[in-house]
Design a protein around this ligand. Sequence first.
Ligand code: AP5
Length: 213
Amino acid sequence: MQIILFGAPGVGKGTQAKILAKKYNIQHISTGDILRDSIRNETEFGIMAKNLMNKGELVPDELIGRLVKEFLKSTDYKQGFILDGFPRTIEQCTLLDDIFDELKIENPHFIILESDTDIIVNRLTARRQCTNCNTIISLKHVKDASTCPSCCMEGTFIKREDDDEDVVRKRLDIYRKTTFPVIDYYREKYNFIFLNAAEPVETVTQNIIDRLI
Ligand code: AP5
């Protein structure tokens, strides 16, 4: 199972990708999580990316392309993977085409999650993420965020700096202008699966599973 999961910031890509990766026993490749891990580990790449991410801007295409290629090649990609957060520029599409050609990956499922801006802003300002295992929660659904339900670490949930409302709106603007055109780029190449991501998490998951059969 090879999946590209696409959509605006906060639409639920990370939430769904984690569930699907577990269900299908495939690798979840989140460029955002990889970058955040690099920042925590203070790698050269992380130090460079931190400022851009906190401002809601994209990190350079060439660097992110290299990162995805290395990550994909180091995993058992033939078993399957779910790409979350890449590609998000036309340049990244051409890089991904080259990676897929080299690894002989054809016809991945291309899932596009859709939701309204108001819902997204609401979700992102209430989101918390575990700094130890990247588990995502919403303060709207989980009242006690002191212990992570996945890794059982205490005090690891933080609000991402790019989840402040003004940064969220900037990210959404970049999505509309720079990332949305990716859909047109791939219109002739892949069959898209469009899904309403405003439904509850479980409903969205079930709708994805139904369409993957
Ligand atoms: P990244 O981490 O990829 O962020 P994003 O794409 O902006 O997406 P988010 O992680 O914000 O949202 P999501 O869709 O995963 O939603 P989630 O499931 O968490 O990228 C961050 C930054 O890294 C970028 O701005 C950029 O700087 C850099 N970067 C990353 N990739 C890059 C690339 N390819 N090129 C260049 N730069 C790159 O859900 C959000 C909240 O809603 C959670 O609280 C969740 O619990 C809740 N929720 C989810 N689904 C539902 C539902 N159905 N109902 C109710 N609540 C829900």
